[in-house]
Write a protein that binds this ligand. Structure first.
Ligand code: COA
Length: 170
């Protein structure tokens, strides 16, 4: 039998453009299960090569500010990354990746990523938490669309994000 080690440090990855209450929920759930959580913010460009609404530095700062507002527990860290997620996990010494599942539509895509990551790094576990049903419909693109159309998004995102969106879209 392979030598087993307990996972104590996990990564919660994403692009977080911007972070929503759905993401904060997943980060907090990950922290209930594991003492050390690194939120990994991907540098990757937007879909079809489009620019992100918020720069990498802004996305990192907005997550930090949002977690602080939520009483940022010890053991949660926020870091930018570029390149392969599995390389980042190796760099920080994380033994698992935690992602949230909102609906069946997330499942197929997540399974594909988890399979690929397993091929790249079989020692890193893919762990899924069920997102709170309250935020099942929330996504970053919905938030961006509503904010760009002048709608209030305070019910979808932490205060620092709502303020940043107001500054961005006026
Ligand atoms: N609550 C709210 N929204 C959520 C959510 C949750 N729990 N989980 C996902 N979402 C939404 C996001 O808001 C985003 O919405 P949008 O498309 O409307 O903007 C969407 O789901 C996708 O999330 P995203 O953060 O872009 O994550 P992803 O699942 O596409 O994965 C990385 C992003 C960074 C983890 C992945 O691309 C990656 O690992 N990149 C590094 C390169 C690599 O290693 N590739 C090989 C492995 S796949």
């Amino acid at each position: 039998m392979n030598e087993q080690t307990h996972v104590t440090h996990v990564v919660v990855p994403g692009t977080f453009d911007p972070v929503t209450f759905g993401h904060i929920d997943v980060i907090m759930r990950a922290h209930r299960l594991f003492p050390l959580v690194t939120v990994a913010v991907a540098a990757s460009p937007g879909k079809n090569g489009t620019a992100r609404t918020f720069s990498l530095d802004e996305r990192v700062e907005l997550i930090r500010a949002s977690l602080e507002e939520a009483g940022m527990p010890d053991g949660i860290d926020v870091q930018p990354f570029s390149g392969l997620l599995m390389d980042f996990c190796r760099e920080v010494g994380a033994g698992g990746v935690v992602k949230g599942l909102r609906a069946m539509t997330d499942f197929e895509y997540e399974l594909q990523q988890a399979d690929l990551n397993y091929r790249l790094s079989p020692g890193v576990e893919s762990i899924f938490v069920m997102g709170s049903p309250e935020f099942g419909y929330v996504s970053s693109s919905i938030v961006r669309e509503l904010a760009a159309l002048g709608s209030d998004v305070d019910f979808l995102v932490p205060k620092p994000v709502a303020q940043a969106l107001r500054r961005r879209f006026g």
